[in-house]
Design a protein around this ligand. Structure first.
Ligand SMILES: Cc1cc2nc3c(=O)[nH]c(=O)nc-3n(C[C@H](O)[C@H](O)[C@H](O)COP(=O)(O)OP(=O)(O)OC[C@H]3O[C@@H](n4cnc5c(N)ncnc54)[C@H](O)[C@@H]3O)c2cc1C
Length: 470
């Protein structure tokens, strides 16, 4: 019987493991942490009973994932929940850009920018069932629906700043800028619109949903599927150069530099050189809050939104993203706030609610961004500070200690500059190959990149099985 090991149990590791197990490969997952899930873990704390997400929180990429669609998630106990509004981007004058579930409702909300929003997202969202698998696949593969995909792909080489010029109102420009900033890239650089466009397309098609009971519920569902297929998991096992698995297939859900350290001279020199030169993106500095009575946002829509982006107008968001990419900490960083409890009240305890937030900071930022995050929330919600009951802080160093893939707090597993976005960790048409027989990389460093969609794992395992002739 063919044997397989997957090192690391993030969404991509679990997707790879399920794919191997479905093909009849006797598969074991080795996970360094105490629990499975990687970026899909939740914790109870700050106030007993309050549920927080460690990393991924909002799931357009998971709900829209062709891989997750192959699993009966409801049978595995997973329920998706939505807030009334998907995402709100408040501005200093009290107004906001508002993202609603559908393209039409968002366009109606955006007034004179509605037509531009519809022009950008209407067709790709209508065609999402056909273009989703190509959007969430290696970008160099010949697409199955090239015409439909062209409708999505045509503007993606453009800088986010160029697409922002399609909008005239500060509300629409801010809304676009906040989502584009998920790329952690200077917004005037080529292809900086690609990740934002992908999130918005998947989001309009699938919703910015949260997992009831916390994102850990997604990992539990994937684990149950894997174990039902006969898969085995060992937690508390960190794979190093000293204990590289000896199975027919080994897939690494790790960042390329760690793969290079683990495999060392077994990697062909060209692969090792490329992995050692792998470029990091900026970092995330995370603060979870327990908040009495929620956040007193000035803008009423922000009180109903699952996600709130804080960074002022498009120009300010662009300036902060440029600064962090250059290694400078801005005074007012871009901050993402998650109010998952609005979709899933089971996460709250009475009137005390869990609030998820992180700021974009330079990679390896060694300072404390807590006050900057609080000040940014306070800017759009005066009185917030008085409502804080407790906090849990994770600096960039602690982020990397929590998950070695997030080096320097780089939660996207590598800079998503044009070369790494298109090719992955090295320039090749086979981004999952390591050049060592039976060994592959399957983490978010490979196409299609970050997000809890599991598609890197699916594609890597499919490649491994193809080469085995399965
Ligand atoms: C703060 C934050 C917010 C985010 N928000 C979102 C969001 O809202 N929506 C979304 O879709 N995505 C979000 N993401 C991104 C998402 O979590 C990641 O893109 C995704 O988890 C990557 O999955 P992965 O399987 O590649 O690796 P990971 O999830 O990084 O998992 C890798 C696993 O490998 C283990 N490991 C590492 N080294 C070893 C070793 N040597 N031996 C054994 N095991 C090892 C780690 O412990 C970890 O469990 C967020 C991430 C963070 C940190």
């Amino acid at each position: 019987m063919t044997t397989g090991t997957v090192v690391g149990s993030g969404p991509n590791g679990l997707a790879a493991a399920i794919t191997l197990a479905r093909a009849g490969v006797k598969t074991t997952v080795l996970e360094a942490g105490d629990t499975v899930g990687g970026g899909l873990r939740s914790f109870e704390g700050i106030v007993p009973g309050l549920i927080h997400d460690h990393c991924a929180a909002i799931h357009p990429m998971a709900v829209g994932s062709p891989f997750l669609a192959t699993i009966d998630l409801a049978r595995r106990g997973l329920r998706w929940r939505s807030a009334e509004l998907e995402c709100v981007h408040p501005l200093d004058d009290g107004t906001a850009g508002v993202l609603r579930r559908t393209v039409d409702d968002t366009a109606a909300e955006l007034g004179r920018d509605g037509a531009a929003w519809r022009a950008l997202f209407g067709r790709p969202v209508e065609n999402f069932d056909r273009i989703g698998p190509s959007m969430l696949g290696p970008l160099l593969r010949v697409p199955r629906h090239p015409v439909a995909l062209a409708g999505f792909g045509a503007p993606t080489p453009l800088p986010a700043a160029a697409l922002a010029r399609a909008f005239r109102t500060p509300q629409a420009r801010g809304l676009w800028g906040g989502v584009a900033a998920h790329a952690f890239r200077p917004l005037h650089e080529p292809m900086s619109s690609a990740i934002g466009k992908g999130i918005l397309t998947a989001g309009h098609a699938a919703g910015w949903q949260v997992a009831e009971g916390g994102s850990g519920a997604i990992a539990s569902a994937l684990l149950a599927e894997f174990e039902d297929l006969g898969g085995r998991v060992e937690t508390g096992v960190r794979v190093t150069a000293a204990n590289v698995p000896r199975t027919d297939l080994t897939l690494f859900d790790l960042d390329p530099q760690q793969v290079s350290r683990v495999l060392g001279g077994r990697l062909p020199p060209r692969v090792r050189r490329a992995f050692d030169r792998f470029r990091r993106g900026p970092g995330a500095f995370k603060v979870d809050f327990a908040v009495q009575d929620g956040v007193p946002w000035t803008n009423p829509d922000a009180r109903r939104a699952g996600t709130v982006h804080l960074g002022g107008d498009f120009g300010e968001v662009a300036a902060t993203e440029r600064a962090i990419a250059a290694g400078r900490m801005p005074e007012r960083p871009f901050v993402l706030v998650g109010q998952q409890y609005l979709a899933d009240p089971s996460r709250s305890v009475g009137d005390v609610h869990p609030l998820w937030s992180y700021a974009h900071v330079p990679n390896g930022f060694s300072g404390d961004a807590t006050d900057a995050i609080v000040a940014q929330i306070e800017r759009f919600a005066p009185g917030f500070r008085e409502r804080i009951v407790g906090t849990a802080v994770r600096s960039t160093t602690e982020m990397a200690r929590y998950n070695p893939n997030f080096v320097g707090g780089d939660i996207n597993t590598g800079s998503k500059d044009p070369l790494q976005l298109v090719f992955g960790p090295r320039i090749t048409v086979q981004p999952y190959d390591l050049g060592v027989p039976g060994m592959y990389i399957c983490s978010a460093a490979t196409p299609p990149g970050p997000g809890a969609h599991g598609m890197c794992g699916l594609h890597a395992a499919t490649r491994a099985l193809d080469r085995l002739g399965r």
